[in-house]
Design a protein around this ligand. Sequence first.
Ligand SMILES: Nc1nc2c(ncn2[C@@H]2O[C@H](COP(=O)(O)OP(=O)(O)OP(=O)(O)O)[C@@H](O)[C@H]2O)c(=O)[nH]1
Ligand SMILES: [Mg+2]
Ligand SMILES: [Zn+2]
Length: 364
Amino acid sequence: MPEMTDWGYTGGSAGEKWKNSGLLVSRIVRVHRERFEAVCEKGFVWALPKAGAYFRGVESVEFPAVGDFVLLQYNGAGESLIVETLPRKTLFARSDLNTRKAGHGRVSVEQVIAANFDEVCILMSLNQNYNARRLERYAALAWASGARPAVVLTKADLMEDKEKSAYLAEAMRLAPGARVFALSAVTGEGMEEFRAFLESGKTFVLLGSSGVGKSSLVNALMGEAAAVCGEVREDDARGRHTTTHRELFMLPGGAMAIDTPGMRELGILDADEGLTAAFSEIEALMGRCRFSNCTHTSEPGCAVQRAIHSGALDRARWDSFRSLTKENRAAKRKKEAVKQREKNASKREDRPRDRAYKRLGDEA
Ligand SMILES: Nc1nc2c(ncn2[C@@H]2O[C@H](COP(=O)(O)OP(=O)(O)OP(=O)(O)O)[C@@H](O)[C@H]2O)c(=O)[nH]1
Ligand SMILES: [Mg+2]
Ligand SMILES: [Zn+2]
């Protein structure tokens, strides 16, 4: 029978208000459309969000996602019911601030991709997929999630050693504070070092464009074809979106990996702290400008401009920092506006949406 602590549950026994309620702590391991597969002390179960327990508020963020710890009304004879999402340690959401119609109300679609992971593995393949600016973006998002980023350069078998070292060195510069790996799921190169990094009991989420080899890496770690991979192709610079759902795998060493579908676009959202961490050396420079309100354009005594001129700071990295900062600010403004709109809308339409969902739950 599964022990929830083996599955990363660290909630402990103190303060568990549901202790005598008959509810079970469980972890979501697979999300497939509206159905969830979860693991609890009784084993693996299929579960559904309980009608009325979700969709009450205006945000969809509470809705269970892979990696979530939830409270389950266990049903040995059929589908169990998810009654509550426990507070998340970390979370990764895709920001889509365009509102969409849902039932009778409009909700912002901040889709949670994964939750409660300890490390974010940013995968990039050592061919045409590698992109410095995207790496910086992902690193900022990873820090913003509350977890640490690690960079995994995949398909190392496709590149000469000398060239590989150059990529490794650059990735270390672009993602300060992150461990960087180069490996191949095909030849096994670099896999031993990466396995040693996957600490037992910890959860690692794999992120990266379609086709970089996320599922192939999971399979190599599992030692079996557990995740469905794309076919081998000569030209795989562009992926095909083979993985369509999110799934958490228990690896042989006791660590867990969450495989995700490749994402075309990842917007920066609420990432102030993420940007500070991802561009820590720039933050340090800005603290050394002569004027505290320096705009880092043409002021005398600007430490940033000085670093750019001396070559200590790459101009492309500075530009990247500025554009991500701008994007972050715009996203925050938009989020505020959407929230306000929803607040107004929910005052008028809260009830009908509840009812619509109840029907959905009753049918299932
Ligand atoms: N040469 C080489 N090819 C690899 C390696 N890892 C994966 N591939 C190939 O890359 C392609 C895509 O691999 P997947 O594992 O399906 O990629 P993915 O990131 O899961 O893609 P999505 O599920 O679409 O997001 C397949 O053709 C794999 O065989 C590797 O280490 N070396
Ligand atoms: Mg995949
Ligand atoms: Zn300055």
